[in-house]
Design a protein around this ligand. Structure first.
Ligand code: NAD
Length: 423
């Protein structure tokens, strides 16, 4: 698959989608108009342009963002992504989604997000470290353990978080592990954080399967994206006895009717850089992948993958949004009318931020928990949150996304109202 065939997620401004989703929820809960104007905007939007000396001696200026949508319920929380197509609109949408996500699972954070416009695949490790450290310095006016706590997202990982933590600590003159989450264990990271997003998503899939009377044993699963969220989702679904029949990354997708062993595909991707070409598979495009005949579809790549053009062709019974913002509001309507059950992103992928919260709590207390404790607490939160959203959905006869938004927006509005408008 050529780059041109990769679905262009910049086609529709994610911010426009985020605001539409918020408006739908605000209408459904008859939100006070004064509260609506507050929650419809982001509280802080920082744009930075910073120079980095490249290895050939030239200087390149990078653009980065850090946005806080609402911090009424606690400090800002949200990942940092490195992507050539990152925009302020995308980061604002992701920050708003973080506000709702933290509220829907009841953890005491507000929503934030960051990005640097860059193509990390074209950069050396040294350039990435220098760029990360300078970006961390630029956004230091906003971040801090009590203020705003970044985490990994697309194209960033535990090493990126280690550089940010170290840079922050150097500036402050003491080690501040709680400034980021998703760190390596050796510097205050948490057991279970790497798999947390996927593990949380799988807990919600198990609950949805019970509700739909869908047997997970042998259920056919298709996953778009094979990074942190996608790869661990594939591994955990495989361990549950489901059959992973389709996988993809930016290079394209692979399909095998009889099923794939995600561990072997991961080893192959580590060696070759892509899932494409894995032995015994047919090649499919990312678009064809989403339309494969399957029981469960897990978008785990980027935004705007399911829209009005492909929603009518999706064959899955259950969609579990491990990615943020994969489905447009028009597609939501089509999927709902077709009776496809969707576990929305702000619920489905909240396991990542939940274990990030556990990591932050452990760092602040200097007391670390065992992995089985982490996973048990994660399960408790995900199962309860899924139950709350399902109950709201059944009670108000709305789809799961609107139900999750109704709960989340209601909780954030209550906190914002209780605190009052300063001054
Ligand atoms: P990642 O960088 O580890 O992996 C992203 C994967 O998606 C890669 O395999 C990449 O090749 C693939 N991809 C990118 N663009 C694609 C496209 N156009 N078509 C098909 N595949 C494409 O990122 P991640 O952390 O796994 O994040 C994936 C999604 O999950 C994002 O939407 C992110 O916001 C969301 N998410 C991640 C976390 C987390 O803890 N990592 C938490 C919550 C939500």
């Amino acid at each position: 698959m050529t780059t041109a065939q990769v679905i262009d997620h910049t086609q529709r401004d994610p911010w426009e989608i985020a605001v539409t989703q918020f408006d739908n929820a605000a209408d459904a809960i008859h939100l006070d108009p004064n509260m609506r104007v507050i929650l419809r905007e982001c509280q802080r939007e920082l744009v930075v342009h910073f120079p980095v000396r490249m290895q050939d001696g030239t200087v390149r200026v990078f653009t980065g963002y850090r946005v806080q949508h609402n911090v009424s319920r606690g400090p800002g929380k949200g990942g940092i992504r490195y992507h050539p197509a990152a925009t302020l609109g995308e980061v604002k949408a992701l920050a708003m989604w973080m506000t709702w996500k933290c509220a829907v699972v009841g953890i005491p954070y507000g929503g934030a997000k960051g990005a640097v416009v860059c193509d990390p695949k074209q950069m050396t490790l040294q350039q990435l470290e220098t760029m990360t450290r300078r970006y961390a310095t630029e956004i230091m006016v906003l971040i801090g353990p009590e203020r705003d706590i970044p985490a990994p997202d697309v194209n960033t990982n535990s090493q990126t978080m280690a550089w940010i933590m170290d840079t922050y600590s150097m500036h402050h003159g003491y080690t501040a592990p709680a400034v980021v989450t998703g760190k390596p264990i050796s510097i205050g990271g948490s057991e279970g954080r790497n798999e947390a997003t996927a593990r949380g998503a799988v807990f919600t899939i198990i609950e949805a399967a019970k509700h739909l009377s869908l047997d997970l044993e042998g259920a056919r699963v298709v996953i778009q994206g094979f990074g942190n969220a996608g790869w661990f989702s594939a591994k955990l679904m495989h361990e549950l006895g489901a059959t992973v029949i389709g996988l993809s990354d930016t290079q394209g997708g692979i399909f095998s009717k009889k099923g794939l062993d995600p561990n072997r595909v991961e080893a192959y991707k580590r060696e070759t850089g892509s899932v494409v070409g894995f032995a015994g598979t047919d090649r499919v495009s990312n678009r064809e992948l989403l339309e494969l005949d399957c029981d469960i579809l897990i978008p785990a790549a980027i935004e705007n993958q399911i829209d009005a053009t492909n929603a009518p062709k999706i064959k899955a019974r259950l969609i579990a949004e491990a990615a943020n913002g994969p489905t447009s509001p028009e597609a939501d309507r089509i999927l709902r009318d077709r009776g496809i059950f969707n576990i929305p992103d702000i619920l489905c992928n909240a396991g990542g931020v939940t274990v990030s919260y556990f990591e932050w709590v452990q760092d602040l207390q200097n007391l670390f928990w065992r992995e089985n404790t982490i996973n048990a607490r994660l399960k408790e939160i995900m199962v309860k949150s899924f139950g709350d959203v399902l109950e709201t959905s059944l009670k108000h006869k709305v789809d799961m996304r609107l139900a999750a938004y109704m709960l989340a927006v209601g909780r954030v509005a209550e906190a914002t109202l209780t605190r009052g408008i300063y001054p």
